[in-house]
Design a protein around this ligand. Structure first.
Ligand SMILES: CC(=O)N[C@H]1[C@@H](OP(=O)(O)OP(=O)(O)OC[C@H]2O[C@@H](n3ccc(=O)[nH]c3=O)[C@H](O)[C@@H]2O)O[C@H](CO)[C@@H](O)[C@@H]1O
Length: 358
């Protein structure tokens, strides 16, 4: 039996693409294992999928990559030693890395053990983890055509990002009951990234009294970011993080306000959801979400408001114009060529496994 180790974590954006690959990898007969951090978001998400999970020591998990992530080299060295032991024990045919800091020692350990490694970069410019691991990767997949030029030419492959297929088959009636909503008002979904966003949450909650006469609001606000004073507000529901109901909530939503994480926006495109993107600013990250959002706006898929422009009036008026012009955005999205990322990536995995001398 062929064996694959998947890795990636820190935020759900480094885990959900791996989850999207699971059904096809199973069909292809892979024995699938996962290496992540001891306690990161990936542990829960993967264990729920009944995939054997191995935690390794990882640098402090931050919301974005930063050189400070290396401030604890001993943890990283321990993680590398643990990853080396796991390679010896599991002897995988291939490793697939979705990036995130925890993936760095895993990719290095696999390379050291002469195991082929495929990395995937979701953002337009490579993240630090993928930059560090590029020399150890056999191939590097990317999501945006613009990314190819930042990667070693002989390794880069444009595949797009794997999207969980079950997101396409949501049921809006189930979601309406789940949220306790009526069918006489449009629904606005707010996604502040997989960890939530304090700034987006505050901006939305600040205009709730103006929004609720026209919209019902589903707010995915992130762990620890619920506002109990809003419990019971008619037409407003808040959740920390939504798993299996996400497909239904997407189906019910007319428009979406979202951070511009690479996976979230690819999902919005595939589901044809008109969106207002509020990218994470370059003060809190390397600015990758600003580039992601600009690329989507230039193709007519969304509206963008930067954090500097995020006044209550601009937010409210942009949400209204997004809703009024929703058909225009949907038409632009209909014209986009959807890539079949799941089969492109699993084909690449198969070809690397078959070429490997093992
Ligand atoms: C703060 C930070 O570091 N953000 C990065 C992180 O974002 P983040 O982890 O927020 O990633 P994305 O927006 O790309 O993906 C979030 C994923 O979580 C899912 N989801 C979200 C909320 C919820 O309640 N339920 C749920 O399932 C979404 O459907 C999506 O699949 O990784 C992305 C991909 O490398 C980057 O573009 C972002 O810049």
């Amino acid at each position: 039996m062929k064996r694959i180790i998947l890795t990636g974590g820190g935020t759900a954006g480094h885990v959900t693409p791996n989850i999207a690959l699971l059904p096809r990898l199973k069909e292809l007969g892979y024995d699938i294992h996962y290496i992540g951090s001891y306690e990161g978001i990936e542990k829960k998400l993967i264990e729920e999928m009944q995939i054997p999970y191995y935690g390794i020591s990882s640098g402090k998990l931050r919301r974005y990559f930063d050189l400070k992530n290396f401030s604890d080299p001993f943890k990283v060295l321990k993680g590398y030693a643990e990853a080396r032991r796991l390679m010896k024990k599991l002897k995988p045919d291939i490793v697939f890395s979705k990036g995130g800091f925890v993936a760095v020692p895993v990719v290095m350990a696999a390379n050291r053990a002469h195991i082929p490694v495929i990395c995937h970069e979701s953002d337009m410019t490579p993240g630090l983890a993928n930059k560090l691991t590029a020399p150890f990767a056999t191939r590097i997949c990317c999501n945006f055509p613009e990314t190819v030029k930042y990667l070693p030419a002989e390794k880069a492959v444009l595949t797009g990002s794997p999207i969980r297929q079950e997101l396409k088959s949501g049921n809006k009636d189930v979601a309406r009951v789940f949220c306790g909503f009526t069918s006489d008002k449009p629904v606005l979904l707010i996604i502040g990234g997989s960890l939530g966003s304090a700034n987006v949450n505050a901006a939305i909650r600040g205009i709730l009294p103006q929004l609720l006469p026209d919209f019902q609001v589903i707010h995915l606000c992130g762990k620890g970011k619920l506002d109990p004073s809003l419990n019971g507000t008619e037409g407003y529901v808040q959740f920390e993080y939504i798993k299996k109901e996400l497909a239904d909530l997407f189906a019910l939503s007319d428009i979406v306000v979202s951070r511009a994480g690479a996976n979230a926006i690819c999902e919005l495109l595939e589901l044809r959801k008109p969106a207002l993107l509020i990218p994470l600013g370059s003060n809190a990250s390397r600015g990758d979400q600003i580039l992601n959002a600009e690329s989507f706006r230039s193709q007519g898929f969304c509206e963008v408001l930067t954090e500097d422009d995020l006044t209550p009036d601009r937010l409210l008026s942009t949400i209204h114009s997004l809703y009024d012009n929703r058909d225009t955005y949907i038409q632009s999205m209909e014209k986009s060529q959807l890539s079949n990322a799941i089969s492109s990536i699993t084909d690449l995995i198969e070809s690397c496994v078959n070429k490997s001398p093992k």
